[in-house]
Design a protein around this ligand. Structure first.
Ligand SMILES: Nc1ncnc2c1ncn2[C@@H]1O[C@H](COP(=O)(O)OP(=O)(O)OP(=O)(O)O)[C@@H](O)[C@H]1O
Ligand SMILES: [Mg+2]
Length: 435
């Protein structure tokens, strides 16, 4: 299978086709494991190290999120992985290779880097920004331009439209997409992201998060991602490292484990209130039942729309546009009043979710829509189904019930252990008395 997923027309072995030294060998399409061993950074003149003896193993293809208070050393730790900051002690291994002392230019092939506000060069076009690393490592021109087009498509920007624009001619969200494209340019196995979505509005951030999840489904990179936002960490992370001062690891575990079993008060403080609701961030729309709904398109004759609605047994029908994207909800009454034209009939579809959206996103969409359902769309915005309130409520109920059972079991185990201990103590006492 190609790692490019739907853009499978890209040469399957992009790096294999290149000169042997242009991409650092094969097997880099997917992620590579990262090992940090006693990693330490002392900034000159600071009495305390900013990062103190960090040991961490990140698996190939895993998304690991660093969260922690401001100044705790998240960025410093991240930047040591691609040696934007030189460590003062310890080792870094990527895919088993010790990269602590290799040429940083060579490292750029292995590690892509995306930051807050995209960090694009303002005097370069979108295409030139994306081409930066491939150019630096000497890819031929034709290959670079193919790659730029492919990446723009991958991050959901029309290559024809955006190729020649300058960063100031893009919205914040678009800049951020270009930043991600640039980080992915040389197809590195490792992607580092430092609060990449910190500077955009909440709705754009939500979309960028969903896109990153979709991308990761196709690319399987190893991603280390820094954020302040614990909800973002839950949504994106396979595992979360909660860091305290000097990058000391307070807890490094799955979102589920951290939510249900925080290691200490520091971690619970970070998890914050509403852990039950946060569980909603752990389940995706694709994990619940997406039902099919009767649909028609704007090209269908009105009579057929009538017939379809009548035979559907539902009270309304979903009208799709020419590209099969959800357009309007049509009720029986709307059609009665339509008088030969659908131009003004029905209610516009305002909010949709993708299969990668969390149940929390879906619930929010459903709650703001008084008909109690939301349309699920595919990669290009096309209709794929509908999720309704009832499905969501059932899923939430199941989640909470599962949590409750788990807590009960844990309590039961604890009580049993205590009983055994007491029993053993009494036996011990009895034994001593007998002796
Ligand atoms: N170039 C530098 N020189 C000296 N001290 C630095 C330098 N860069 C960072 N520090 C210090 O190192 C510590 C860790 O900084 P770092 O940027 O890694 O924190 P952070 O966790 O990313 O914080 P934030 O969430 O605010 O981005 C801080 O105390 C900071 O003041
Ligand atoms: Mg930082």
């Amino acid at each position: 299978m190609s790692e490019y997923g739907s853009t499978a027309d890209a040469p399957a072995g992009t790096t294999a086709d290149a000169p042997p030294d242009a991409a650092g060998g094969t097997g880099e399409h997917h992620g590579a494991a990262i090992e940090l061993e006693n990693l330490t950074k002392r900034y000159p003149g600071s009495p305390q190290p900013a990062v103190d003896n960090v040991n961490m193993e990140i698996k190939a293809g895993e998304v690991v999120i660093f969260v922690g208070p401001s100044g705790c050393g998240k960025s410093t730790t991240l930047k040591m992985i691609n040696r934007l900051i030189e460590p003062t002690g310890g080792r870094i291994r990527i895919g088993g290779e010790d990269v602590t002392d290799i040429d940083p230019v060579k490292l750029r092939r292995k590690v892509g880097y995306a930051i807050q506000s995209a960090g694009l060069f303002p005097h370069m076009t979108v295409a030139q920004n994306i081409a930066l690393v491939p150019k630096m490592i000497g890819w031929p021109k034709a290959r670079i331009s193919d790659r730029v087009e492919e990446l723009l498509d991958l991050v959901g920007l029309d290559p024809g439209e955006f190729h020649g624009r300058y960063p100031r001619q893009l919205s914040g969200g678009q800049q951020q997409r270009v930043g991600v494209a640039r980080a992915l340019a040389a197809d590195p196995p490792v992607l580092l992201m430092d609060e990449p979505f910190g500077a955009v509005d909440p709705i754009t951030r939500d979309h960028l998060q969903d896109e990153l999840i979709r991308l990761q489904h196709e690319l399987h990179k190893t991603i280390v991602f820094v954020t302040h936002d614990f909800d973002e960490a839950i949504k994106l992370g396979d595992r979360i490292a909660v860091l305290r001062e000097r990058s000391h690891i307070a807890q490094f575990d799955t979102p589920e484990a951290i939510l249900t079993n925080p290691a200490d008060d520091f971690v619970s403080g970070f998890v914050g209130a509403g852990a039950a609701l946060k569980r909603l961030n752990l389940t995706r729309v694709r994990d619940v039942e997406i039902t099919d709904y009767p649909t028609v398109t704007v090209d269908d004759p009105l009579q057929e729309i009538f017939n379809r609605l009548r035979s559907s047994g539902t009270n309304e029908i979903l009208l799709l546009d020419k590209r099969r994207r959800p357009y309007k909800w049509l009720r029986r009454g709307d059609l009665m009043r339509a008088r030969g034209s659908l131009a003004r009939a029905g209610t516009l579809v305002t909010d949709t979710v993708t299969r990668d959206a969390t149940l929390r996103d879906a619930l929010e969409a459903v709650l703001t829509d008084n008909a109690g359902r939301v349309v699920v769309t595919g990669r290009r915005g096309e209709y794929t189904g509908v999720v309704d309130m009832e499905t969501l409520m059932n899923s939430v109920h199941e989640l909470l019930e599962a949590d409750r059972l788990e807590a009960l079991e844990a309590q039961h185990d604890l009580e049993e252990t205590r009983a055994d201990l007491t029993h053993a103590e009494q036996e011990g006492d009895a034994g001593e008395k007998k002796a």
